[in-house]
Design a protein around this ligand. Structure first.
Ligand SMILES: [Zn+2]
Length: 252
């Protein structure tokens, strides 16, 4: 299925999770339904709580329903600012109009804990190695890692980063979300680990663990690093072109 054909001519989807990361249920309007073979279909809404795959974060999943139909949301995909929901039809036939949406909250909560843990890892690694770290990529499903440029840290640096993460999570610290103008960004974000990779945006959303540098990010996060419970740094994996991956997990 051609995604840009589905998105063509539709308004950009309002991304509810950017400002309300804790929203697990919402009402929306279905603007377009494109049936696929069997019991599958592509749906576009006016607004969504489903975070599409992107920025290292896997797609949210969950359910949608109205009086006439019920659907399982398998995947959300972003195309030119339009979020396309790939669904499996459980009952009835989806049509345009009002719909109730609900996230698979257990999965989203895990991804939020991992995403905030990834930002904390940037901070702890930077402090432990006394250098500014630069991220290359990340993935928050399996395997869960953040990629960095440079030489992989040695065992004692990793231990120091782990000790700092343990201490900070035990103390707790709020995670704040702000929206900055491009002028504010240049000053506020000069130490961000992904500064070089930032697109030229009108408005940039930053995520800041209090006490750490702000990080430009469109992902979903817990409201306090205490909710990570424990960040375990598993190993450093050396990758080609002078890069490495730090594998980690969050555990209860
Ligand atoms: Zn992020």
């Amino acid at each position: 299925m051609n995604l840009s054909e589905i998105a063509h001519g539709l308004p950009k989807t309002e991304l509810l999770y950017l400002r309300q990361t804790q929203l697990s249920i919402a009402q929306a309007n279905i603007l377009k339904v494109v049936p696929e073979k069997g019991t599958q279909a592509y749906l576009v809404l006016d607004k969504t709580i489903f975070h599409p795959k992107g920025g290292g974060q896997p797609s949210d999943r969950g359910k949608m329903a109205s009086a006439q139909f019920s659907l399982e949301v398998k995947k959300a995909i972003q195309n030119q600012g339009v979020v396309i929901h790939w669904v499996k039809i459980v009952n009835g036939t989806p049509t345009t109009g009002a719909v109730s949406c609900e996230l698979d909250w257990a999965y989203r909560k895990l991804i939020m804990r991992r995403h905030t843990a990834a930002h904390l890892l940037d901070h702890c690694l930077s402090k432990a190695s006394s250098t500014r770290v630069e991220t290359t990529d990340s993935w928050l499903d399996e395997p869960c890692y953040v990629g960095y440029r440079g030489k992989a840290p040695d065992a004692s640096t990793i231990k120091n980063a782990q000790d700092l993460a343990d201490k900070m999570i035990a103390q707790g610290s709020p995670v704040n979300i702000d929206f900055l103008t491009p002028e504010q960004c240049r000053e506020v974000l000069k130490n961000a680990p992904n500064f070089a990779r930032l697109p030229n945006l009108q408005e940039i959303r930053t995520v800041t663990i209090e006490g750490c540098d702000p990080i430009p990010c469109g992902g979903t996060h817990v409201t306090n690093i205490r909710e990570i419970v424990r960040l375990s740094i598993l190993k450093a994996e050396v990758m080609p072109d002078q890069t490495f991956r730090m594998h980690f997990s969050v555990a209860d």
